[in-house]
Ligand binder design. Structure first.
Ligand SMILES: NC(=O)c1ccc[n+]([C@@H]2O[C@H](COP(=O)([O-])OP(=O)(O)OC[C@H]3O[C@@H](n4cnc5c(N)ncnc54)[C@H](OP(=O)(O)O)[C@@H]3O)[C@@H](O)[C@H]2O)c1
Length: 301
């Protein structure tokens, strides 16, 4: 088990979830962008990390605005080069690094869930920058672990909405909600992902690339519809109960928007083979999130 853990990105959705599971169990140094910024030059990053003793470093920080990454060299810096610098510092300290990546490293042409062995071919600059980060981290040490995720949702900054939050807010305030129906992936509940990641702390033999998501695949529209159904069941006053469909092309086919992979489901087969565990199915995960986090925004306690 690790003795001292650094989390870079501790203020993000996944960072908060992992920090929550670590607190009281491990000694943790949570860092936010004001403490360590991934745009800083290597020397400055080293001044923060070199004095610290740690044997595990997690990087949940990322430049995640897929559209803003398009044509933006800062994406390669934050998502690509900086994880490489962190990996070098980890190697010097003999610390393990667990880094997070995305299903957007795939082009989306495979209708079946993607495995870790499937060829990567990103179609956006965000995907390319995240792939660069994977290569940097594993290029420094094959003992590091890169966990690919998709469609993350969970407690966090309410301004940074994921699909359940957005869909329910739209359904409460307007008569019609439209969500993309020709795009599929596997939702990932940060609380489930975080618990699984903590479980991997005691498995240093798990290295390389690993896919992790709640079980099952859905379209973006089904993800939103199920979120609204859960809200409705709980008595959240939704005006729009049935989601209408729209297309990737109509939402993302304009200049200023990055292309999204049509298919992006992740296979959990390797995770299950290595640990004997599975994450709960995405429908139950969404129901848990809506009941335990979203409902409080709309219902008197
Ligand atoms: N969200 C998704 O649907 C999704 C899907 C697939 C994969 N992923 C991957 O999963 C991981 C976690 O995502 P998330 O949704 O939890 O992210 P998030 O909520 O957007 O949080 C990202 C964090 O990154 C930090 N950050 C951004 N720029 C930074 C910089 N220049 N220097 C230092 N920190 C910086 C921010 O820190 P401050 O708040 O301190 O500024 C923010 O808290 C990421 O690797 C992401 O690529 C996410």
């Amino acid at each position: 088990m690790p003795e001292r853990i650094v989390i870079i990105g501790a203020n993000g959705r996944l960072g908060r979830a992992i920090l929550g599971f670590c607190e009281g169990r491990f000694e943790v140094l949570p860092l936010i962008s004001a403490d360590l910024n991934l745009t800083w030059p290597e020397e400055l990053i080293r001044t923060v990390l070199e004095p610290e003793d740690f044997d595990l470093l997690l990087t949940t920080a990322a430049f995640n605005d897929v559209d803003k990454c398009e044509g933006n060299p800062v994406a390669d810096q934050i998502n690509g080069a900086a994880p490489g610098i962190l990996a070098k510092i980890c190697a010097e300290k003999n610390a393990r690094m667990i880094h997070f990546s995305t299903n957007y490293v795939f082009d989306g042409s495979k209708a079946e869930p993607y495995t870790e062995d499937d060829p990567v071919c990103p179609i956006s600059d965000y995907g390319r920058s995240k792939l660069l980060g994977e290569q940097e981290v594993l290029g420094v040490s094959e003992d590091n672990l890169v966990i690919r995720l998709s469609w993350l949702f969970g407690p966090g900054d309410e301004k940074n909405e994921a699909t359940p939050d957005w869909a329910i807010r739209q359904a409460v305030k307007s008569d019609a909600v439209c969500i993309v129906e020709d795009c599929w992936a596997s939702p990932g509940y940060t609380l489930d992902v975080a618990e699984a990641v903590i479980g991997l702390f005691e498995k240093p033999d798990v290295k390389g690339i690993l896919h992790l998501a709640n079980e099952g695949t859905c379209s973006w529209k089904e993800f939103g519809q199920h979120s609204i159904n859960c809200a409705d069941e709980l008595g959240i006053p939704v005006k729009s109960k049935t989601v209408g469909g729209t297309t990737l092309e109509s939402i993302f086919g304009h200049s200023g928007r990055a292309p999204r992979p049509v298919h992006g489901s992740l296979s959990n087969a390797r995770y299950e083979a290595l640990t004997g565990n599975r994450l709960r199915n995405w429908e139950d995960a969404v129901r848990h999130y809506v009941k335990h986090t979203v409902a409080a925004r709309y219902l008197d306690s």
